[in-house]
Each structure stands twice: as C-alpha cells, then as structure tokens.
Ligand binder design. Structure first.
Ligand SMILES: Cc1cc2nc3c(=O)[nH]c(=O)nc-3n(C[C@H](O)[C@H](O)[C@H](O)COP(=O)(O)OP(=O)(O)OC[C@H]3O[C@@H](n4cnc5c(N)ncnc54)[C@H](O)[C@@H]3O)c2cc1C
Ligand code: FES
Length: 283
C-alpha cells in the first residue's frame, strides 16, 4: 500500500475558488503531477486547511483535469466543517492533496456511452465526458437535481453531446427523476455503456433498469472516508462475490469508487444482516 501510494502527496496552489450555486463551489488548482496522472472517475483526498485541524482529508472527485495546463478542478457542496473551511481558501494559497486515488471509470468499450448524474454526482462525470469525446466516441448525458440551480456545469456537458435535464421541482428541464429521460431515450436508441454517480436511490433505480435491460453500467459510489487509502476499512461496502454468502466487503476508496452495477448490493440480504446483528442467543 505504501509503495502504491508513493508520490501521491502533493502541494497544489489555488487558482480560483468561486461559488457556482449558493452552497456549491468550483475550485481550480494548479497541480501538474496530479493533472498528468489522473483518470476520469478517480478522486483526491484534500487537506482543506494547513495545520492539525481538521486532521482528516476530505474526498472529492476530479471534475475535470488538463494535463497540458497542469490544472485540476473540483466542485463541492458545503455540508459540514471541512467543506465550509474550504470555501475560505483563496487564490494563491497552497493546499495539500493526496491522489489520484481509486480505480476510475473503465472506458475500454462502447461507441455510445450514457452518463447519468444526480445532484453532486455530476462532479466526476465531466472528466468522463471529455475523455469519451477525446476518444472519438459518442456521449449522451442525463443530469438531475433538486432545482435548476443545482444543475451544474451543464454548458460543458452540452458542448460534448446531447444533454437531458430534469429537476424535482420543474424549475429547469423536465419535472421528473433523471431515469425518466433515460428510459425514454432507450425506447428508441441504444447505449453500449452507462456511467453513473449520484444519491443511492438514483443508483439503485438505475442499477435495476440497467441490469434488466442488459446494459453494462458502472456506478461511482460514495461512502464516508477516513484514510482514502484502504487502511481504515471505514468505507467498506457489500459487493457481490463468489463466496458462500454471495458477497464480500470491498473498500470503496481502494477497490472503487467505481463498481459494476450488477455487483453492487444496495442492502445486505436479510438473512445475513440478522446473523450479524444482536442475536447472541439471549432470551
Ligand atoms: C469518492 C468520493 C468522492 C466525492 N466527491 C465529491 C465531490 O466531487 N463533491 C462534493 O461536494 N462531495 C464529494 N464527496 C463527498 C465529500 O467528501 C463530503 O461531502 C465531505 O467530505 C464532507 O466534509 P465536511 O467536513 O464538510 O462534512 P462533515 O462534517 O464530515 O459531514 C457533514 C455531513 O455530510 C455527510 N457526509 C460526509 N461525507 C460524506 C460522504 N462521503 N458521502 C455522503 N455523505 C457524507 C455526513 O454524514 C454529514 O451528514 C465525495 C465523497 C467520496 C467518498
Ligand atoms: S477510507 Fe479508509 S479504507 Fe477506505
């Protein structure tokens, strides 16, 4: 693990850090080595402030990277202390990063690839869209959010291929779940591969739809992370496997964050949960 992570600690400088929506920011960093090494779907552990507090780095998906310019971009929502501190960091300051981490999306196959993003799940999809386009393949994007304000960086997606938008309140795009335009699309056209990131209910619904339709689908999962490097086991999630139980626990940071939808168990089967619970033969 140590050798694998050697050289991943780097100091970047902040180019800009600006609001995109009222609690969502877009940060651009000058980080030449990271920009050169990154792959779409990977993430970085960010030390939001110098010094001891907060001690733990926070994980953020690479939203975009440009090896030639030596820059990487992230979009982040303010949800707690770490992300709040990050909003106060300004251009010219240094920031410590650890990455790139994780496996990233597998883009080996597929001439027409669908991207499905919900809420902040939009974050890792732009880098994927740019890579697919660079590879000369077709990219079709489906993005959903609470309101139009949270449909982020849509112009960048629209520049790369067809874009379908939905919101919960109908303030932009269709008032629908993001799976609706995807289903409509699949009635007439084919996608060879789907890449997705978003809230668990969206991923669960998409997974069902893709598995039933036989469309290979990769999901980028998010779990709370302590170390980000496979050591603390804090991000373990149940993944289908050839074991007596039918699954095993994998580390989202080290074995993911991208997994095939057919392998992701959104809940561990009841029988197994009961066994692992508080049933110690009392009473
Ligand atoms: C691989 C990966 C990539 C991510 N990419 C992005 C991204 O591109 N943009 C972005 O805005 N966020 C992203 N996140 C989530 C982000 O890491 C958390 O929102 C952030 O760490 C919260 O830090 P905090 O100190 O502000 O909040 P905390 O005080 O640590 O937590 C505040 C609230 O956020 C919840 N929370 C914290 N971490 C997570 C998590 N991993 N998943 C779900 N809920 C969480 C907590 O349960 C709590 O309710 C990603 C997470 C992972 C694991
Ligand atoms: S966050 Fe520590 S093992 Fe994944």
């Amino acid at each position: 693990m140590l050798r694998e992570n050697a050289g991943k600690l780097q100091v970047a400088s902040i180019v800009k850090n600006e609001p995109l929506a009222h609690d969502v920011y877009h940060i651009t960093l000058s980080a030449p080595k990271l920009a050169a090494d990154a792959r779409p779907g990977q993430f970085v552990m960010v030390k939001v402030a110098p010094g001891l507090e907060p001690a733990l780095r926070r994980p953020f998906s690479l939203h975009r990277f440009d090896g030639e310019a030596g820059q990487v971009e992230f979009i982040y929502q303010v949800v707690g202390r770490g992300t709040d501190i990050l909003t106060n960091r300004v251009a010219g300051e240094e920031i410590e990063l650890f990455g790139p981490l994780g496996n990233g999306f597998c883009l080996e196959k597929g001439s027409r690839i669908g991207l499905v993003g919900g809420g902040m799940g939009i974050a890792p999809l732009l880098a994927a869209a740019e890579e697919i386009s660079r590879l000369g393949r077709e990219v079709v994007t489906f993005l959903g959010a609470k309101t139009g304000d949270y449909l982020l960086t849509t112009k960048d997606f629209a520049a790369l291929g067809p874009l379908y938008l939905t919101t919960d309140d109908g303030s932009a795009g269709d008032k629908a779940l993001v799976t609706k335009p995807l289903l409509d699309y699949l009635e007439n056209k084919k996608l060879d591969l789907i890449l997705a990131c978003g809230p668990t209910p969206m991923l669960r619904a998409l997974s069902k739809l893709a598995n039933e339709g036989g469309i290979p689908t990769q999901l980028s999962l998010e779990e709370r992370m302590g170390c980000g490097t496979g050591v603390c086991l804090g991000c373990a999630t149940a993944i289908r496997a050839d074991t007596p139980e039918g699954y095993t626990y994998k580390r989202v940071c080290h074995d993911g964050p991208v997994f095939w939808a057919r392998d992701v168990l959104f809940s561990v089967p009841d029988k197994i949960t009961a066994k692992g619970g508080c049933d110690h033969g009392q009473g």
